[in-house]
Structure formats: C-alpha cells, structure tokens
Design a protein around this ligand. Structure first.
Ligand code: IVH
Length: 672
C-alpha cells in the first residue's frame, strides 16, 4: 500500500470513528486505539507534506484563524421563524396551512415534522464534492461571518463525507451550534474560579465561543451541532423528513426528537410530551419547531419577508416563580468585590429548589427597585442560574424600605470604594479582610495555580485561623509538626501537604504569576505576560506603557499590576517566595528562540496570511523582542499586512506614514 493510500484509509477510518463517537454515541474503539490511528496519520502527513489536506482530521484543532472574520453573502438568506406560545396557536397554524393548500380542516392532509428548537446559534455549512468548504453564521440573515476554522474543531461535524455516498455534489446544510449543558457548566465553573464573568446561558456561551479568535480555545470548550435543514438543487427526497434522514446517514447529527406527525392529535401529543421531557436532553432548548413535510407544499406556502409560512416555532414558557425576599446578604470575594445576594423563601423552579440568587451589583438592585421583604419574580428560562427579573409591587408591605447597598465591608467594616465607571463596590482592606485573605490563599492552592496537593478550601480557612498561613508565602515555612496538630489532620495528611508544597517549587512561572491573585490577571493573561517578559523582576521594573504593549494587556490590567508591585507587603511576599525557591522566571527551554532582532519595535497585524497564522506572527514578534498593538498610531513602527487588510487601517497607516510590510519582508527581518 502506498503512503497516499494509507493516509486516505486512515482519514476515512478516523472520520468514521469520530462519527461513531460524537454522533452515534456508540464507539467501536477506545481512546487509546483512536489516538494510535491519529498518531500514525500525523506521522505520515509530516513525512509526506504533499499529502496534506486542510480538512484532514489532524487539522481539527488548528490555530490558523485569519483573525477578524470575513463576511460572506448567504446563497439563500437565513430567515427566522414565526413564534407561537400555545397549543391553540399551533393548531391555528396547521389549519392555515391546510386552508392555503386547499384542504378541508380537521384531517391532517398536510403531514408535519416536529423538531426540537435548539437554543444555540445558527450555522450554515456548504459542502462541495463531499467536503466542507465554508461555515457561515447567520449574521444579519443576508450575510454572515466566515467561521470555518472554528467550526472545523467541532468533532460531530463531518469535514469530509464518506466517498461514494449519495450526497449531492453541492449542498448547504443548516443547523444550530450548541454548548451542551455539561460543557456549559464546566466552562462556567472555570470562569467562576477565575472570577471571570459567567455566561448567562448556553446560547450566549455557544455564540461567544464560535466568534472567538482563539481556535484551540474553541476546540477545548466542547461545542456540538444539530442539523435541521438541507438545501440543494439536487435534494435526495421530495420531503423534509427523508432529506434529514439522508443527512443523518451522511454523518450529520440530526436529533432523534424529529418525528413525522400525521394527525393534529399527534401534534398535541408531541407538545405535551416534550414540554416535560426536554429537561432530560443534554442541550438547552427553548421550544419546538413544526415544519410542513412535503417540499411541494412548502413551495406553495412560500415565505413572508421574515420567515417561511411552512414552519413555525412553539416557545416553551420561561419558568417563573414568585417568592418572598428574606434578606440581602453581601459577600466579599478574593479581589474585594462585594456581591449582593438575594436570600429567598425556598421555591421550586424547573425542578430545583431556589434559595439564593445573585443580584450582581448595586445598579441592578436599584434598577429593579427592590424593597425589603418584597415578593420577587425568579426566572430560570433555559438558564440554570436563577435570576431576579422583577418585583410584585401589589404585594409590597406598606412600611417596607428600599434595600440599601452596604457602605462598609460586611466582614471587616472598612468603608467600601467604587472606581469611576465600574459597577462594583470594593473593600479596599486587602491586608486585613478575612474573606479576601482566605480567598487569595485558596486561589494560590488551586488546581490551575500552584495545585498544592492535600489542601482544599476548608483547610485554607483552618490554616489561616490557626495562625499558620497568613499569606501565600507562609506555606513555604509550614512544618509537619504544625499541621498534624490541627483538627482532623494527622501525621500522614500533614506529610502529604508538606510534600505537595515542596513539589510546587516546580510549578512554572506563568502559573506562579496567576497564583498571586493580581486583580484582572487571569490564567491566559498571566501566561501571555510571563512569556513576554520572562521574569518577575523584569515585570516589576516595567512601566505601565511597557506592560500595555504586551498582547491583550489593557490599561486596567497594567495599572493593577503596577499597584500590586507598588505595595511593600506584596514585594515582601515575592522575596519570601524567591527564598523558598518558587519559580519567578521562565525556564530556559520555554524561552528558547528569543532574540532582540526587533528591538522594541511596535507592530500592528492586519489581514490574512499564508505562511504563518496571525497568532504565530504575534508570537514571532514577541519572541524577537518586538511588541504587538491592536491599533495604528504615531507610535506604530510597522504594519504587518496580509491579504484583505482593512481599508480603514490602510488609510490610517498611509496618513501617518507608517511603513507597511508583507509577511516575506517581516520574515526576512527576523532572519527566517
Ligand atoms: S428551521 C427557514 N429548525 O431558531 C427555517 N430552526 O427562531 C429555518 N432553530 O434561526 C429555521 N432549532 O437558529 C429550524 N429545529 C429547528 C431549529 C431552528 C433551532 C433556530 C434557528 C433559527 C431560529 C428561529
């Protein structure tokens, strides 16, 4: 067998297993065997670059995004659906279809397909010769963003269809990109841990993820896709249902919920069943969709300006409950932000008991106009996080007063402060406020930070209250004798903790920087900064302007870093960490290939490149001592321009006389 044959065989084999795993949920091989196939393909592709194919399964996780998104006009506009909210309205619609098609009411001479309405973000895929050529978002319905690179990371989407299948030479398939509940909860848990804003629902998370410029991160988040509409000049069947079954046979994920409904009773039953059962689906849904099955009948019914007459959405009622506010508590987080929380009389909502709901900040309380002991509306729509959406004014007690945001810290009593333009009130007593100190200690210990074995959140509070760990540097002087005396500890758990602390001396600088709890400096930013500056000493010596020149670092992050290192207490902690042997600079091997060829020159990247991805160019600029900036100004030294550079940028660069170089010129500058 020639390498080309083997490569072909491996690709179709891997795609088949992808499909068995991601679409059919019935894998035939285990992960290890799958990885072995993948490895073999990777090796062959490396040895035979001429056999490479951008749609090979090895490229599902790439970083070759063109940055920004190109807008492309849809071949057929992407319309929306008319909404209905009751069984009666759905029945009216069925009747209208019947009448329009010249059928007498009553009997369903218009068979209907019932489907789930997935609550994600819509996508249109174009296939030519069985290969995915383009993926567009809905955009404004007429044109959408080209998100092909991100869509390629979704493993349930076939990139290349099985050769010889009965798919049309050219077709479009539309569906919904979703973030399944499990992936959504995981993502939000991570974000909560990093004190990043949470996604309100899987729809926002899916849409936000699909538009990210960081393809590996998209791949990591676990998007999925369901398909519900096939378009082509050569459709396999004369009805929607059979076309979707075909699409399923070609490897697309078509929901098992899809049902052919041949009587009005069947429609009623379908609604009744899924109104309850939808809660057991792995993805968020906000209703059902009904479609006339026959394509000929669809054609006769046609479209209004906004939506097809042959389809309608039935929206599930957002679940809402009314309950009494017991009191508002104010909770202090690791960075000092004070969050108001509504403590409620327990109430049942979408199958769970709700007792608490975050009110987020003072503005939200004021906008809702909440008074003490008000009756509040709590909603959980498709969302798992309960949300206060309103007040029942009729139920307000006559003497009740407006809820006031605390003026002082509920934990330490310090007067709260608020930065101009920010919604959050903050307790500035970083060094004396117990929840903040313990929060920072817990963060330091966490899995993404120093990952200290054997210590959980409960132990952090205990170590702090016992006077053993007052700040993060104190971990490095803990002794087995100190720990084993504590409640619930013993010799063995104490040894485990001390060993874990020793092992943390190997944690790389980028995670140490994250572990320090510098406000606004999350995991990604820490990594970028650590790689750009190489050591804590260099970072401490940098001006805010220099720090801001690091990719993705804005003025508030730079100011926060300066403030952190400006504090004597923090500097003392850093010195003690250094003495203990914690990594405060990047190891040699992480920094290899660094030069100063670009000597502090500032670059702005624009357009699409062919020899490296945008991200790779950014990294090359930093590795060679240059800086990246997002916008052109007098301070820009070069614009690195690819194809399709934005006209506004071009004009600005020309006006300011900034030299524009292409990728070959750039690569020559760094000797590549
Ligand atoms: S059919 C021309 N079917 O709902 C008809 N749409 O409110 C095209 N959606 O933009 C849409 N599940 O993003 C259809 N089973 C389903 C759907 C569905 C979710 C979304 C889709 C559409 C929106 C309209």
């Amino acid at each position: 067998m020639t390498p080309a044959d083997r490569v072909r065989e491996l690709r179709s084999e891997i795609e088949r297993h992808n499909r068995l795993y991601y679409v059919d949920n019935s894998p035939e091989i285990d992960d290890r065997e799958y990885d072995r196939l993948m490895k073999e393909l990777e090796v062959l592709e490396r040895e035979h670059p001429e056999l490479d194919d951008p749609l090979s399964p090895t490229h599902r996780v790439g970083s070759d995004l063109s940055g920004g998104f190109t807008q492309v006009v849809h071949e057929r506009p992407m319309l929306s659906l008319g909404n209905t909210y009751s069984l009666g309205e759905v029945n009216d619609w069925v009747e209208r279809c019947n009448e329009a098609l010249g059928n007498a009411g009553g009997l369903l001479s218009v068979p209907i397909v019932g489907e789930m309405k997935f609550d994600g973000t819509s996508i249109s895929l174009i296939y030519e010769g069985g290969r995915l050529v383009r993926a567009l978002t809905r955009g404004d319905g007429v044109k959408g963003d080209d998100v092909t690179a991100n869509v390629k990371t979704i493993r349930s989407i076939p990139l290349v269809l099985e050769p010889g299948g009965d798919w049309p030479e050219r077709f479009e398939i539309r569906g919904e990109i979703v973030l399944p509940w499990a992936a959504f909860e995981r993502l939000n848990a991570e974000r909560a841990f990093n004190e990043e804003p949470l996604f309100a629902n899987p729809r926002n998370a899916a849409a936000g993820t699909l538009k990210m410029l960081n393809t590996p991160e998209v791949a990591r988040r676990g998007l999925d896709a369901y398909f519900y509409y096939l378009l082509s000049d050569q459709l396999p069947a004369d009805n929607h249902y059979d076309n979707m079954l075909k699409a399923r046979s070609w490897g697309f994920k078509v929901s098992e919920v899809m049902t052919l409904l041949e009587s009005t009773d069947a429609v009623d039953e379908f609604i009744g069943y899924w109104d309850k059962e939808r809660r057991n689906l792995p993805v968020a849904t906000d209703g059902l969709v009904f479609k006339v099955n026959s394509l000929r009948q669809q054609l006769n019914l046609g479209f209004t300006a906004k939506s097809p007459r042959w389809a309608i959405a039935y929206k599930f009622a957002a679940e809402r409950a009314l309950t009494r506010l017991r009191f508002v508590s104010f909770e202090v987080g690791r960075t000092g932000v004070v969050t108001p929380v509504a403590n409620l009389e327990p109430v049942l909502l979408s199958g769970t008991v709700v007792k608490r709901a975050s009110l987020h900040n003072a503005d939200i309380i004021r906008n809702l106009g909440i008074h003490e002991e008000d009756m509040l509306y709590v909603e959980k729509g498709g969302e798992i996080i309960p949300k206060i959406t309103g007040v029942d004014l009729d139920a307000r007690r006559p003497d009740s007063r407006e809820v006031e945001f605390v003026k002082t810290c509920p934990s330490c009593g310090t007067e709260l402060v608020r930065e101009p333009g920010e919604a959050a009130w903050i307790c500035p007593n970083k060094w004396g406020c117990r929840p903040q100190i313990i929060g920072r200690i817990e963060h330091f210990v966490g899995r993404h930070a120093m990952d200290l074995d054997g210590i959980g959140d409960e132990n952090c509070a205990m170590l702090y209250d016992a006077g053993l760990v007052g700040n993060i540097a104190d971990f490095y002087r803990l002794r087995v004798e100190d720990i084993e005396r504590l409640d619930g500890m013993g010799y063995r758990s104490a040894v485990k903790i001390v060993d874990g602390i020793k092992a943390s001396l190997g944690v790389p600088f980028e995670r140490v920087l994250y572990a320090l709890s510098i406000p606004y400096v999350g995991e990604t930013i820490s990594r970028k900064i650590a790689r750009a500056v190489g050591s804590i000493d260099r970072l401490m010596a940098m001006s805010p302007e220099e720090i801001q020149a690091i990719d993705d670092v804005g003025p508030s992050i730079a100011a926060s870093i300066k403030e952190y290192f400006g504090h004597e207490g923090n500097r003392a902690i850093i010195e003690r960490l250094r003495e203990a042997g914690v990594q405060l600079s990047m190891a040699e091997q992480d920094m290899s290939g660094l030069t100063d060829l670009l000597g502090g020159k500032t670059f702005v990247i624009s357009g699409v490149f062919s020899r490296h991805s945008r991200d790779e160019y950014k990294a090359l600029i930093e590795k060679n001592g240059g800086k990246n900036s997002g916008s052109i100004s007098k301070k820009t030294d070069y614009v690195l321009a690819g194809e399709n550079m934005g006209p506004a940028k071009l004009e600005k660069a020309q006006k300011l006389g900034v030299p524009i170089i292409d990728e070959n010129e750039f690569l020559a500058m760094i000797g590549e």
